[in-house]
Ligand binder design. Sequence first.
Ligand code: ATP
Length: 333
Amino acid sequence: MEKIIIDKISEIIDKQSKKTLKELDAIKRVTILSNNVVDIEIEIDDILHQDHIKREVAKIVKLELKYPGVKIEIKGKENEVLSNEEEKNKVRYIAIASGKGGVGKSTVTANLANALSKLGKKVGIIDVDIYGASIPFIFGMEIKPLDLDSKGKIIPARYENLEIISTEFFVPKDKPLMWRAPIASQMTEMFFESVSWQQELDFIIIDMPPGTGDIAIDVRELVPKSEMIIVTNPNVSAANIAVKAGLGSRELGHNIKGVIENMSFYYNACSKEKEYLFGEGGGSLVAEKLGVDLLAQIPITKPNDFDNLYDYNGLQGKTYLLLAKKFTEENNG
Ligand SMILES: Nc1ncnc2c1ncn2[C@@H]1O[C@H](COP(=O)(O)OP(=O)(O)OP(=O)(O)O)[C@@H](O)[C@H]1O
C-alpha cells in the first residue's frame, strides 16, 4: 500500500528545481498508521514552495487515494523554514465569505480593512474573488500591472496605507476572466506565497468568492489559522444559503468567527423610522445556526460617489470602526 502512495507522490514537481520528488530523493518516510492516517516525511531545501508540496501530497493522499487523513512533515534548511513560518504566524488572517453574491462581501472587506488601517494597523487585502474581483474598484484605484521585487515577488498596489492584491491587476481591462479551476488555484496560491508585502502587516483581510468552491479549499490549506466572517443580508432565503456556506466552510476546517448582516435596514430621515427593505432576522438566524456571534448590522446607505468607502461620521463608518476596534483589542490581548 505504501508503494502506491510513494509512486504517486514521487511525481510531484518541486517548483524551484523543477525536479520531481523522486529525482530529488526527497521522500524519506511513508507509513500508514493503525487509524489509516498516512504519515509522510519529505526532505527538501525549497522553503518557498513547501506549502505547495504539502497541498499536492494532501490532494493525492486524501482526494485521489481516499485516505482519511495525512500527516506531512517537511524538513529543510531549519532556520529558513522558521522565518517563513514566523512571518505567516505574526499576521492575523480574516476571510470574508458569503453564501450568495451581491450581499456586500467585498464592501465589508474593503471597509473593515480601511477601518483597521485608520486605527493605525498595517493591513493587506487579498482579493481571491477571482472571477468577480471588485476590491480595486471599491477603492477607486487605477488598474495597472504590479511591479516585482528583486526576488520576483509581487509588490502589492497601494491605497493610502493599505496594500492590495487582486486578479484585476493581472488581466487586461474590460476582459472577462475565463480561467479553468487549476489556473485560478495557482493564482490563489501566488497571492499567498509570492507577494512581497511592504510593511510588517497586522491583518490580512481576504475577500473570498461566494459559496464554498475550490478556492475556499485552497485558502483553508494555505492559511489554516485564518478566521472567517460570513456576510449575509437580512433576507431569510439569502440567510439560509449563508448558513449552508458557513457549515460547508466549517466542514473544510475554517474557524468561523461571526456573522455580519449587511443592508440591514434603511433609516428614513423624514419619518425617522428604520425601514427593513430586505426583511429582518437573516443575520441572527445565520449566527444562531452556526453558533457564533452576530458581529454587526450595517444599514443601507449609498457609499461615496468616488469610492465605496464609508466616512466615519455616518452610521456605517462608525459601525466599521467599532468592529475594527473589537479586532484590535483582541490582538492586544
Ligand atoms: N450597506 C450597503 N448599503 C448600500 N449599498 C451597499 C451596501 N453594501 C454593499 N452595497 C452595494 O451593493 C453592491 C454589491 O456589493 P459587493 O460587491 O460588496 O457584494 P459582494 O457580496 O462582494 O458581491 P460579489 O460576490 O458578486 O462580488 C455594490 O454596488 C455595493 O456598493
